[in-house]
Ligand binder design. Sequence first.
Ligand code: PLP
Length: 428
Amino acid sequence: MKQVKLALLGGKPAVPAGAIRKWPPIDSSDEDRVLASLRGDNHAYGPNCRAFEDEFAAWNGNRFAITTNSGTAALHMGVAACGCGAGDEVIVPAYSWSSSATCVLHHNAIPVFVDIDYDTMNIDPARIEAALSERTRAIIAVHLHGLPASMDPILEIALRHGLKVIEDCCQAHGAEYKGTRVGRLADCGAFSFNQNKCLCSGEGGMFVTDNEEILQRARMVWSFGETRTPAKDRDYHAYALGWMYRNNDLTAAFGRAQLAKLDAYLETAARNARILAAGVRDIPGLQPPTVPEGHKTNWYNFTCHVDGAAYGYQGPPARFRNAVMKALQAEGVPVEVWQDFILPEMTVFQAQNAYGQGSPWNYGRRLSYDPALFPVARKHCETHFGMTVPLRAPNDELVAQHVGAGIRKVFERIGDLDIDALGAETGV
Ligand SMILES: *Cc1c(COP(=O)(O)O)cnc(C)c1O
């Protein structure tokens, strides 16, 4: 006799409807700053942009910051500023957001993928050296889902081979490695302020560095190839190929208001994650996020791995995962597959169609982007689900408890689910 029926089978959802509130919270401090910008007279790269740069650099402990219209722009600036050019190779994890790799193509350089570590979901440092060649110039260290990459071995390899290291901090605001904030661990870093990130200004980004030479090179890429900033006297001369990656005043005003609340947001996420992790502890077949010693995550995404073998399921791993996700979603637990493909599988790499006419590969090596070379990243695609919003402010401990209870409920009643029928359907 089942006391509690799964919501998928007509029971009551574990998470009450409307309990999970949207991200980000907006209050009068956001409204005041944005309205003041609107009433000002510089809507382009205005005073809020300069203040946002100063405040973000101070918050993160960087010497320099340049605010951009996206995290992707900041990544491209890093690739260019680190001296990667036509045909040069840059090491990138096989599993990340597309722009961790396409930022390399933007500067006519060639991404070389390296498989990930299953538990941390970040690049596996033990596999980097085998991917290096004479053309390798840099490594993009992605702190995926807010967990810092294993920086000591990455920096050690970079030092030994004379490579630059660019941190992709787009999901990792406030994360730390051995007590140091991400964005301060290598040559330069890129943050995103897109809707889903832990600091949201709609869209937007920040390039950070402590190196003056890298700063100047990044600045040229950022604004039309000019060497002077829009704030100072400009001569409007393109000294090199530049883009238009500047942020605007309204967005920066929103970003400043959110930055003032970022520490409190991160504390909320850490508290909620602790409660959720406790709620799902020791569930057979469920592996909650791994946080190795010395790593401090910002809990951007609470990503778990599932293993149907714990329930005697022998079919395709993705089918089990999809069936469990459907049951969780019915309980009101908003789990998602973050990405069910690895980067080398994307058409831009399979077809090698970046700039056309073979570019950038014709300047260097033509690489094989065979997905079979990245078995760990492939496995991750089939076995994970994650969630972001339930951990974030304004959601509190009660939401974390509901979500944890919903997950436990589904795993305790796996036997009630027709895994093959549910998991084979699409639409999760
Ligand atoms: C979001 C994200 C980016 C890109 O940031 P945008 O602001 O959307 O351009 C890059 N890398 C990772 C890991 C991201 O999550």
